[in-house]
Design a protein around this ligand. Structure first.
Ligand SMILES: Nc1ncnc2c1ncn2[C@@H]1O[C@H](COP(=O)(O)OP(=O)(O)OP(=O)(O)O)[C@@H](O)[C@H]1O
Ligand SMILES: [Mg+2]
Length: 308
């Protein structure tokens, strides 16, 4: 028998007045996996996380976390989850160890169990020897790891991380993801939101939200296979604003989008790669290097969102 999911979301809707911030969302998250909730600003990610943490009641639909209903068994849910909100929840004007003790107290830890949790957190955040530093003086990466440590002091089985890596440098982001991997390997389930597509690649499965709705879902590999079926090329091109519309007119091209200073073009299956230069030349568009590239999740998402 397969294990029940760590998170199960059934047709959840959240309205603020007439506005639907979350619109008929359903998915489930396997125990011990890293699940990415992606989407542009205002897609509804934080609202959904707040519902799953029992902070906000859904207007319609239901959700279970670790088997408990988020609306009717809120206390059971809260005991089992860790939540790192979009704005880190640490107190800036007290020390590292004082923050840890404060959150430990909130979770009802004391005596030996608090001391064990303190040590674990200091080591997870890489802050050994820095326990008396004022939190506000720590760099973004340290603060972020400390905030994560404080959110999981009580060893929750499901962890919600809302944009934990915003504004943090690439080295700290990588370190943070190593910690997430370790937590998942130890059996925790992680639901994380991010705007960084390189981070989305680390997730076992992903849901892409747009204006409250799910518009794509699957593992990174599945999404690339499903949405970028043909081959993708990167083209150095003088006019990345006009060329996409021009190329997209041809039925053999699945997608053409500007990608920074380049053009990313996806050919339908079986189409010869020589098509792109001949179309560009035919239309008088000047171009340079054309290179086949591995599709990234960014390609997938630009493609999915543009189709909306
Ligand atoms: N309490 C509220 N009252 C009214 N509207 C709200 C409320 N909370 C959120 N919204 C709206 O719901 C929509 C979704 O917001 P939400 O914060 O969930 O998006 P998000 O995907 O987390 O975005 P971001 O990437 O910017 O964090 C937004 O349009 C937001 O303005
Ligand atoms: Mg948000």
């Amino acid at each position: 028998m397969t294990q029940p999911p760590a998170i199960r979301v059934d047709s959840v809707e959240k309205r603020f007045g007439e506005f639907r911030a979350v619109d008929d969302v359903s998915f489930s998250v396997e125990k011990g996996s890293v699940f990415g909730l992606l989407g542009a600003n205002g897609a509804g990610k934080s609202t959904l996380i707040r519902i799953l943490c029992g902070i906000l009641a859904p207007t319609n639909g239901s959700a279970r976390v670790d088997g408990f209903d988020v609306a009717t068994e809120t206390e059971e849910v809260k005991r089992r989850i860790g939540y790192m909100s979009q704005r880190f929840s640490l107190y800036e004007d007290i020390s590292v160890i004082e923050n840890i003790r404060f959150f430990g107290g909130l979770y009802g830890l004391s005596g030996a169990s608090l001391r064990t949790a303190e040590e674990r957190t200091v080591s997870l955040a890489g802050l050994a020897g820095e326990e008396s530093r004022i939190t506000g003086q720590l760099s973004g990466g340290w603060k972020q790891r400390l905030a994560l440590g404080c959110a999981i002091l009580h060893e929750p089985s499901v962890v919600f991380l809302d944009e934990p890596t915003g504004g943090v440098d690439p080295v700290a982001r990588r370190l943070f993801w190593e910690i997430i991997d370790g937590l998942a390997a130890a059996g925790s389930t992680i639901l994380v939101t991010t705007h960084y597509m390189d981070e989305a690649e680390f997730c076992n499965s992903i849901v892409l939200m747009h204006a409250g709705k799910i518009v794509a879902s699957g593992s990174p590999q599945e999404l690339k296979r499903e949405y970028i079926r043909g081959r993708v090329f990167e083209i150095e091109c003088d006019d990345v604003s006009l060329a996409p519309a021009l190329l997209a007119k041809d039925g053999r091209i699945a997608d053409a989008s500007p990608f920074g200073a380049f053009l990313h073009v996806t050919l339908r299956e079986g189409v010869d790669a020589g098509l792109v230069p001949s179309l560009l030349t035919g239309a008088g568009v000047r171009f340079g290097r054309i290179e086949p590239i591995r599709p990234s999740l960014e390609d997938v998402f630009l493609h999915v969102i543009e189709k909306r």
